[in-house]
Design a protein around this ligand. Structure first.
Ligand SMILES: *Cc1c(COP(=O)(O)O)cnc(C)c1O
Length: 390
């Protein structure tokens, strides 16, 4: 990806709009509606001929600052913010699909994404085929004349598999379909899918964009035609809008995004190396390690390995639970993207509802543990994990 100099500047400067008071920090506009000077101005705002603000379901100055800043970081013409990552995916589906359309989706996506495409959208006549993310041939084979959207999450969760964004974008475009990439794990600080050929980038701002585990938020970035014009009618009408307060939190979160992602990736790499040399650990899944099967692709496509490390403990579930229960510092919670390190046992939590056979087929063993590395000292994280491993 391109050098980050401009990214650093854009993260703290892009999108800011100052009021007549010339405040230095970005202002929080807690208002549901905006006042017009006349009936004529009100009419012009409602038709869209006057671009000013109307109602915070449509947009709001704080929300607009977040959208413009995130668009700049992703290299997108346009960005629309939503109340959560899931509502960003829903807005995408409701805007680009109709009954009879077909979707190809990578199988190791966020659990609610599987339910949204596999179950809920099925009731509205949209069919979805799930394919292994890394198998470019499987994406091509799954295409049908009705395929409109390819949906990819890379790196995947919890096995941190990497898929080739440029190759899958080419598959989509050969079929006149769109490629949407859920960029939650890498963020634009480490990976910019639009530059690799994707049409849409989706975010759960709840994770690294906030970075401190405070609020829910989401966003979709892409061209003005697809996002600013194509998705605004759904957002304005259906109302999965981001609250101005949450927008302000994630807007300020973007200012430290690059520093956090690089520092957390560095800690994750150190922890992964230590785990790889530990006798009780059978295998470590981290794309920054030379032992990762897609290490070369990851290093070409991403600026660093990211902050999620998974590893298989020898001794199955009992041994894995000992590691989880041995922690005193690391938080036992399903969330990730925080400066506080978190730990989960995927087989009995995030992936607990799928059958043991399906879980085994997906490679999620009983000994697997996932750590989302934060900003604590690596030595303290090692000591915390060593307690349960030894
Ligand atoms: C958390 C997450 C989502 C959903 O985001 P919410 O903000 O919780 O709705 C989508 N994709 C990925 C990869 C996630 O980790």
């Amino acid at each position: 990806m391109s050098p980050s100099d401009s990214l650093a500047t854009l993260a703290v400067r892009a999108g800011q709009q100052r009021s007549q008071f010339n405040e230095h920090a970005e202002a929080l506009y807690l208002t549901s509606s905006f006042v017009f000077e006349s009936a004529a101005q009100a009419a012009a705002r409602f038709t869209g001929n006057d671009p000013g603000f109307v109602y915070s379901r449509f947009t709001n100055p704080t929300v607009a600052m977040f959208q413009d800043r995130l668009a700049a970081l992703e290299g997108a013409e346009s960005c629309l913010a939503t109340a959560s990552g899931m509502s960003a995916i829903l807005m995408t589906a409701m805007s680009v699909l109709e009954a009879g359309d077909h979707v190809v989706c990578s199988s190791a996506v966020f659990g609610s994404t599987v339910t949204l495409f596999g179950t809920i959208l099925g009731r509205f006549g949209v069919e979805t085929t799930f394919v292994p993310a890394g198998d470019v041939g499987a994406w091509r084979t799954a295409l049908r004349p009705a395929t409109k959207l390819l949906f990819l999450e890379t790196p995947s969760n919890p096995l941190i598999e990497i898929a080739d964004i440029a190759a899958i974008a080419a598959v989509a475009h050969d079929a006149d379909a769109l490629l949407a990439v859920d960029n939650c794990f890498c963020t634009p600080a480490l990976q910019r899918p639009l530059a690799l050929g994707a049409d849409l980038v989706i975010h759960s701002a709840t994770k690294y964009l906030d970075g401190q585990g405070r609020v829910l938020g989401g966003a979709v970035c892409g061209s003005k035609r697809l996002v600013g014009e194509g998705m605004l009618p759904f957002l304005r009408t259906a109302g999965p809008s981001l609250s101005p307060f949450n927008a302000w939190v994630v807007l300020k979160g973007l200012e430290t995004l690059e520093l956090r992602m690089l520092a957390q990736s560095e800690r994750a790499l150190q922890l992964a190396r230590w785990l790889e040399s530990h006798p009780k650990v059978a295998r470590v899944f981290y794309p920054g390690l030379a032992s990762h099967p897609q290490h070369a692709l990851a290093m070409r496509q991403q600026r660093a390995g990211g902050a999620i490390v998974s590893f298989e403990v020898r001794g199955g579930r009992d041994a894995a639970w000992k590691v989880v229960d041995g922690t005193r510092l690391i938080s036992i919670t399903g969330n990730l993207g925080d400066v506080k390190t978190t730990i989960t046992h995927p087989a009995t939590t995030t992936h607990g509802r799928i059958s043991p056979e399906a879980r085994a087929a997906a490679g999620i063993s009983e000994g697997l543990v996932r750590v989302a590395v934060g900003l604590e000292a690596v030595a303290d994280l090692q000591a915390d994990l060593a307690r349960g491993l030894n």
